[in-house]
Design a protein around this ligand. Structure first.
Ligand code: PMP
Length: 433
């Protein structure tokens, strides 16, 4: 058994790309045998408490009986049929749910395969909408720095142009408009000055701009920053004032993580277009959705093309829709807000005090998200191995050690994660000097 997995790891290292990883000098990957509840079980025998929810996606824990059953039952019926000309109950049920639970006014749903694709779809919708209104030159995007919207070409073009990982491709990317990142955080005093430069960009360039795209409240990969809801409110106002569509990228924040079902609720706004992904299937299978208003859908449908020009092969995959239905069902039948509040207060009480450590720049918590920002970057190879030795799965990047554990995490699970972070903060070799 142990030999087998050593051979597999050797093959993996030699032949398989992992995310954001070198093929010639890859960081080690750990072989997972199974995952259950909040635990990831390694083939080498360690059991890790998960702090990452597999990049924000696992909500109710791994290997959940209700989600397993939804998947198995659906597979007995059909695993996939094309969505062109055909439809099915799992998709209809899911879209009914999404229209019901998302901010009022988002009535039309486009299902796709991944978060990045759902953002591409949103951008295409905005451009095609303005084309249908006789304004084909309104085809640029406006956004803020420190944003992240995906890894495909269009989404890279609206992700942070300098600090983001996509600067490598900048010469090949569409040129978009960037405002400074919000500087006033959610717990600070609001000041209109924070939107001054953004306002100028709207004023100057609105004739070229199809949509303003932003991650509501939480700038994730671009720094794990929690900005002020008044900023988002101001964005909605500016979009209305200057005839620009508002795209809310709720891929990371949607379905509960920030303490609201959707982060847009912090500002009580409805975007014109909203993207969902990650948590949509409770972390089971890839699925994303782009929702838009009737106005946008009608504009596009009455355009010269007469339709929206997009249609992925696996659009509306029944297995994914069935699990998504079960996952949203679990969320709605549970007191998820109480779970988030419980996690939030525990993190505020026990993670935030790590800010007294000399190595720490800042600690912050919002809903089920906890962040320890360090003064120097982590040494990935060392810190990752240490976290595994300490019995937790946390995958930091740059100066950010961040967690968003599954909702079912107990105080004991959270403490294990916090203790591991506390330990590595005192180990010099886990950080660059
Ligand atoms: N937008 C945001 C805010 C994200 O966090 C991510 C994923 N990290 C994406 C888009 C892209 O989603 P995917 O990885 O599923 O393509």
């Amino acid at each position: 058994m142990s030999n087998l997995y050593t051979d597999d790891l050797a093959f993996d290292r030699e032949h398989i790309w992992h995310p954001y990883t070198s093929m010639t000098n890859p960081l080690p990957s750990f072989m997972v045998e199974s995952a259950n509840g909040v635990h990831i079980n390694l083939a080498s025998g360690e059991q890790l408490v998960d702090g990452m929810s597999s990049w924000w996606s696992v909500l109710h824990g791994y290997n959940h009986p209700v989600l397993n059953e939804a998947l198995i039952e659906q597979s007995k019926n059909m695993s996939h049929v094309m969505f062109g000309g055909l439809t099915h109950k799992p998709a209809v049920e899911l879209c009914k749910k999404l229209v019901r639970i998302t901010p009022k006014g988002l009535n039309k749903v486009f299902l796709s395969d991944s978060g990045s694709v759902s953002v591409e779809v949103a951008m295409k919708m905005a451009i095609q909408y303005w084309g249908s209104k006789g304004k084909p030159t309104k085809n640029k995007m406006l956004t803020v720095k420190n944003g992240y919207h995906g890894d495909t070409f269009a989404t890279m073009s609206v992700s942070d142009p300098t600090t983001g990982m996509h600067h490598i491709y900048s010469e090949a990317l569409a040129k978009q408009y960037f405002a400074p990142a919000p500087t006033i955080m959610i717990d600070e005093q609001w000041n209109e000055k924070d939107v001054a430069e953004l306002t100028e960009l709207f004023k100057k360039h609105h004739d070229d701009i199809a949509a303003f795209i932003i991650e509501p409240i939480v700038q994730g990969t671009g720094g794990m920053r929690f900005y002020h809801p008044e900023y988002l409110k101001a964005c909605r106002k500016l979009c209305d004032q200057y005839n620009v569509l508002l795209i809310a990228d709720e891929i990371a924040t949607g379905l509960g993580r920030t303490g609201k079902l959707f982060a847009c609720e912090w500002a009580n706004i409805t975007p014109d277009i909203m993207c969902l992904g990650k948590t949509l299937t409770g972390g089971y299978i890839t699925l994303a959705a782009t929702l838009c208003t009737n106005e946008i859908a009608e504009g596009i449908s009455n355009s010269e093309a007469g339709c929206f020009m997009h249609g992925p092969t696996f659009m509306g995959n029944p297995l994914a829709c069935a699990v998504a239905n079960a996952s949203i069902g679990l969320l709605e039948s549970s007191d998820w807000k109480a779970s988030i509040t419980r996690i939030e207060s525990y993190l505020k009480q026990h993670l935030v005090p790590l800010n007294t450590n000399n190595r720490v720049q800042d600690t912050r918590v919002l809903g089920g998200i906890g962040v320890v920002e360090t003064k120097s970057s982590v040494n990935m190879a060392v810190i990752q191995k240490r976290f595994v030795e300490l019995g937790v799965w946390i995958r930091p990047f740059g100066k950010l050690i961040y967690i968003m554990p599954p909702l079912i995490s107990t105080h004991e699970n959270l403490q294990t994660i916090i203790d591991a972070i506390k330990t590595v903060l005192n180990e010099d070799d886990c950080f660059s000097s």
